[in-house]
Design a protein around this ligand. Structure first.
Ligand SMILES: NC(=O)c1ccc[n+]([C@@H]2O[C@H](COP(=O)([O-])OP(=O)(O)OC[C@H]3O[C@@H](n4cnc5c(N)ncnc54)[C@H](O)[C@@H]3O)[C@@H](O)[C@H]2O)c1
Length: 449
């Protein structure tokens, strides 16, 4: 089949060639559906490269803030949003009729778990159903939300072909996982290779041509399922290795050996070893969620995943392990948790962001509060937080606060914390992130995982 000379009988036009040319000339109108942690940086990347981009979101409050150039994102400066809005390259909107005028539609909506721990792809289906109603020939649709293998071809494709349009001829459909690491200043969107798998070869070619406008390297794979599974494998890999590091730290504690020193020594090997570090548990929208998508899918093949639930079990036990360490450490100083004044440093699930979704800090602090601890917290990215029915405001690190504190509990290793002052205070420090590692070798009051 000659992929260049394809004609849509519905339009009589060479939709594939038209679209490819529009993409290469950056004349294709792009809509990014979902303007959250991943959708906004993606929309901005296309706008920066010269495309006209609609940033569509169902949340009117989010759209309104974006219109006021309030990005509320660790990766996008408000001033950059203002520049792109003024130049007309980026337009935030809640008007989904703009999809009709779009040549390229990228879907970046949430894919959480239900209470039953089954995948919840209802947000993706909502967008696809809206899109299907007015789908016309000549569009490229790419799903970026993390999901189980088969979503693109088994769930989305039938919806889009329902009215007689044919994929690869009238419209084009692909999956390309979003791999951004919010807050990571080392790797920007353009530096993270884009894995791309289309339903047909033409779909892959068009999607790859699109991404080549904003990233340095595109990895074309043979199908959407390969691309869907590649993303899940990446995050299963992380979950399993984090669990290994967590269990390893517990074993080191039993042996009275510092796990960090061992891990750093092992990491001196230039091949065959990649260091992962222990922590208070996993959080965010990816690592605690994505592996469950694969385990769920495997159940239909009558295969019970083993590494995935084991890693989940170990990672989910870490908040309890941290509470135990706080208990033991206070006890050694003839104090108990009940009535102890504990200052938590960081509540976000990782350094450099204000995202508290699934953050292990929430469960740890909830347990300590229920045990009678008097909690205060500092997080430069999270101005306020509700835990155990109590509304907390982030404090400032003052000598007065340090003086009144019995235990400093480091839960997030934000780089802006003044670790020297913290260690110099002479207070008990329970450091769940090795944030104070390397600061003072003689800091005898520091308890590590
Ligand atoms: N956050 C991460 O670190 C990360 C990294 C890689 C991949 N992902 C994946 O990217 C996807 C999006 O994650 P996120 O962190 O950006 O989520 P998010 O919650 O930050 O943003 C999602 C946005 O989609 C909007 N939305 C929901 N339903 C919608 C609809 N029907 N139409 C239009 N907008 C809608 C929400 O209002 C929200 O603003 C998920 O599948 C996630 O697994 C996330």
């Amino acid at each position: 089949m000659n992929e260049i000379a394809q004609t849509s009988p519905l339009t009589g036009e060479f939709t594939y060639v038209d679209l490819l040319e529009k993409i290469q000339l950056k004349e294709a109108a792009v809509s990014v559906v979902g303007q959250g942690y991943v959708g906004l940086p993606l929309a901005v990347a296309f706008a920066q490269s010269g495309f006209q981009v609609n940033g569509l979101d169902i949340d009117a409050e989010r759209v309104s803030r974006l219109r006021q150039c309030d990005a509320n994102s660790p990766d996008i400066e408000d001033s950059e949003l203002a520049r792109l809005s003024t130049s007309g390259h980026y337009k935030p909107s809640g008007d989904f009729s703009l999809l009709c005028e779009s040549d390229v539609i990228l879907i970046c909506v949430p894919t959480p778990l239900r209470k039953s721990k089954d995948p919840d792809i209802s947000y993706v289906i909502d967008v696809a159903e809206t899109l299907a109603i007015t789908l016309s020939p000549g569009k490229l649709i790419i799903l970026e939300s993390t999901t189980y293998p088969g979503t693109t071809e088994e769930v989305l494709l039938p919806l889009f072909e329902d009215k007689g349009l044919v994929c690869g001829r009238d419209f084009f459909l692909a999956f390309s996982p979003e791999r951004i690491d919010p807050g990571n200043k080392q790797y920007s969107v353009s530096e993270i290779p884009k894995v791309t798998g289309g339903v047909t070869k033409q779909c892959t070619t068009l999607a790859a041509a699109l991404y080549r406008q904003i990233v340095d390297h595109v990895v074309e794979v043979s199908s959407p399922k390969v691309a869907e599974l590649a993303k899940l494998y990446e995050n299963v890999f992380r979950s399993v290795n984090i669990a290994l590091a967590n269990e390893f730290s517990i074993m080191c504690r039993e042996l009275n050996i510092c796990s960090r020193e061992v891990i750093d020594a092992a990491a001196s090997k230039p091949f065959g070893f990649m260091p992962f570090y222990p922590g208070p548990g996993i959080g965010g929208h990816c690592i605690p969620v994505d592996p469950a998508y694969l385990a769920w899918k495997m159940r239909f093949s009558n295969y019970q995943a083993r590494f995935i639930p084991l890693a989940e079990e170990i990672n989910q036990s870490m908040p309890g392990h941290v509470v135990k360490l706080v208990n033991e450490s206070l006890n050694r100083r003839k104090r108990c948790v009940n009535g102890a004044r504990i200052l938590a440093l960081g509540v976000a699930y990782k350094a450099g962001v204000g995202d508290i979704r699934e953050s292990p800090a929430l469960g740890i602090l909830n347990t300590l509060i229920c045990s009678g601890a008097e909690i205060s917290y500092i997080d430069p990215y999270v101005p306020s937080i509700d835990i155990a029915g109590i509304h907390f405001l982030s404090s400032n690190l003052t000598s007065d606060l340090l003086e009144k504190t019995d235990c400093i509990l480091i839960l997030t290793d934000h780089p802006s914390f003044d670790y020297t002052t913290i260690l110099d205070s002479g207070k008990l420090v329970v450091d769940t992130r090795d944030a104070t590692w390397g600061y003072r070798a003689d800091a005898g009051q520091v308890v590590r995982l």
